[in-house]
Design a protein around this ligand. Structure first.
Ligand SMILES: Nc1nc2c(ncn2[C@@H]2O[C@H](COP(=O)(O)OP(=O)(O)OP(=O)(O)O)[C@@H](O)[C@H]2O)c(=O)[nH]1
Length: 390
């Protein structure tokens, strides 16, 4: 496991030609992603001071970040997002139109939004010279980043344009059991190997539970195995280690290698403790991105640009097919995961429209209401033709 750089100051980011760094927060539902984004947002705001006119101001440290909210189901966003998925796709309307429940609704909403991610990237790139950090908040459906094409499109698109780091947020108090810790690390591992991006484990909620135990387990697999052995339920009736116990023992050896590629910080999004260390880890990740990831990305960039639109259309079709297959394979789940007509009253959806625009709230005054999926933005009564699950 690598440790954060000793450089104590957050990024100045205003050095000539230095690109902003994108921080993609990923984590299980309830891990504290949104609270964490709010905390780092307020940290950056509190460290930004207007430059003195006509002179180099040594007090200037950072500038407020550019924030993209990709969680369509969040009701209250405690930070001001510059781009908000909810402005473009109406999640309730998606559930209704595709006859989905909350989980399928969130995934499909993100898939639809992803088809327009080039617009998001365009807006972000336009602001790149004005900000030091671009922060993306994502839904708790972590499978988006472990198997879904939309997760890969988002991470690849951002990382091919800007230095990018994944901040994997963990609910520390809920990770003290060895089995829970292991399952969280396996998720992290699959995201790391899928995105191949610099990765920071953010052990959140350290005001409730410090993350020392996690660091010990990551630095010494024997410590983890000892914790596992002393944990209840690890032996069967004959006193033999259970299958799960043996599996986790072996996994801890495998993960030992994985931990070497990670940075880990303890943070309390409530008190702000550890946020400075988090930004040190982000700055160290910039170097990692430039030395290790960028050369590889540049090799593939030319090919990617050429095939981007084909790949997007293909991914969308596959996703819609997967959705249909999943639902066919799991009729019980499909029957439960449906839009409930009693939960919402409203107008009938408009007919389909084939275009929508992403809004930058900082440029375009927020209209103060949801925009219907079918009338995404300012196209009068033209219709959108969303692909339907096969
Ligand atoms: N004590 C403590 N509570 C926290 C901290 N960070 C978040 N929480 C609480 O954890 C709960 C979940 O936080 P959220 O920020 O909504 O979590 P999330 O990961 O965005 O959740 P989803 O949107 O469901 O994916 C809330 O009740 C927060 O107040 C922290 O550092 N310390």
């Amino acid at each position: 496991m690598s440790s954060p750089s000793p450089d104590p100051s957050p990024s100045t980011g205003q050095e000539k030609g230095k690109k902003p760094i994108a921080i993609i927060t990923i984590g299980m539902a309830g891990a504290g992603k949104s609270t964490f984004v709010q905390r780092i947002n307020s940290y950056l705001h509190s460290h930004s001071e207007p430059p003195q006119s006509g002179s180099e101001d040594p007090k200037v440290k950072t500038r407020p970040p550019y924030i993209v909210n990709l969680d369509p189901a969040v009701t209250n966003v405690s930070f001001e997002a510059n781009i908000d998925i909810r402005d473009t796709v109406n999640y309730q309307e998606v559930m209704k139109q595709y006859n989905l429940g909350p989980n399928g609704g969130i995934l499909t909403t993100l898939n639809l939004f992803t088809t327009k991610f080039d617009q998001v990237l365009g807006l972000v790139e336009k602001r790149a010279a004005e900000v030091d950090y671009i922060i993306l908040d994502t839904p708790g459906q972590i499978e988006i980043f472990t198997w879904s094409a939309s997760g890969a499109i988002i991470t690849d698109a951002i990382a091919s344009s800007l230095p990018t780091v994944v901040a994997y947020v963990i609910d520390t108090p809920r990770t003290t059991a060895p089995a829970t810790f292991m399952s969280n690390m396996l998720y992290a591992c699959s995201i790391l190997y899928k995105t191949k991006l610099p990765f920071i484990l953010v052990f959140n909620k350290t005001d409730v539970q410090t993350h020392d135990f996690a660091l010990e387990w990551m630095q010494d697999f024997e410590e983890f195995q000892a914790a596992l052995a002393s944990h209840g339920g690890t032996r069967d009736a004959e006193g033999e280690p259970t299958y799960m116990n043996s599996l986790m023992n072996s996994m801890s050896l495998v993960l030992d290698e994985f931990y070497k590629h990670l940075k880990a910080v303890g943070v309390s999004s409530v008190t702000g403790q550890g946020v400075k260390e988090f930004f040190e880890a982000v700055e160290a990740s910039r170097e990692e991105y430039e030395k290790e990831y960028l050369p590889e990305l540049e090799r593939t960039r030319a090919a990617r640009e050429k095939t981007l639109s084909d790949a997007k259309a293909d991914s969308m079709n596959r996703l819609m097919k997967d959705l249909a297959v999943d639902r066919a394979k799991n009729p019980g789940f499909a029957a439960r995961d449906r839009w409930d007509p009693n939960t919402e009253e409203g107008e009938e959806p408009e007919e389909d429209d084939d275009d929508m625009n992403i809004i930058d709230r900082s440029e375009d005054p927020w209209p103060g209401q949801y925009i219907d999926l079918t009338r995404a933005q300012r196209h009068g009564d033209e219709n959108i033709n969303w692909p339907r699950p096969g």
